[in-house]
Design a protein around this ligand. Sequence first.
Ligand SMILES: Cc1ncc(C[n+]2csc(CCOP(=O)(O)OP(=O)(O)O)c2C)c(N)n1
Length: 168
Amino acid sequence: MPVRDLEWFGGPDARAHSNRGANGIDGVVSTALGIALRGAPTVALVGDLAFVHDANALWTVMARGVDLRVVIVDNDGGGIFSFLPQAVEPGGAVFEDLFGTPHGADVLALAAAFGVPGVEVGSVDEFREAIRLPGPRVIRVVSDRSGNVAVHERLHAAAVVAVDALAG
Ligand SMILES: Cc1ncc(C[n+]2csc(CCOP(=O)(O)OP(=O)(O)O)c2C)c(N)n1
């Protein structure tokens, strides 16, 4: 969802780097590292599954002197699938096994295994404070898969109301 949220809600100036279309969860951290190696402060916004899939990219990151700040939206699994019909039918445990795929990995511990410091934030103010600090570092934002669907439904409903109002 992070790349889609950027597309939908990032505004006209939002730009994204991507290594394999908009959908690949492989190599996302490596791609961010490659961009950070150009020398500019770099923020990567990734899902927990994408992060876990490519956590080995953090290998030697501390020795490279890069300013890479990885923001992990951690909903313990693939949140995008909760937007699909199979979240409702069959839903439940079958959906969790096949699509939700909770992994239970401690993403901050995973980063720490490579010597990369991390912090969990619980509010917008904490996030603002954490994102200002130079990397390498990871920031964990805890999210909830079904709650995220509800937030998107509210945003989409508000967009429909706004467009209807514009249309008169
Ligand atoms: C290599 C690879 N395996 C599987 C997929 C299928 N896939 C697309 S999105 C996704 C889940 C991503 O989860 P996460 O990164 O936590 O982001 P969220 O959906 O929760 O926002 C998966 C497994 C893929 N795109 N690439």
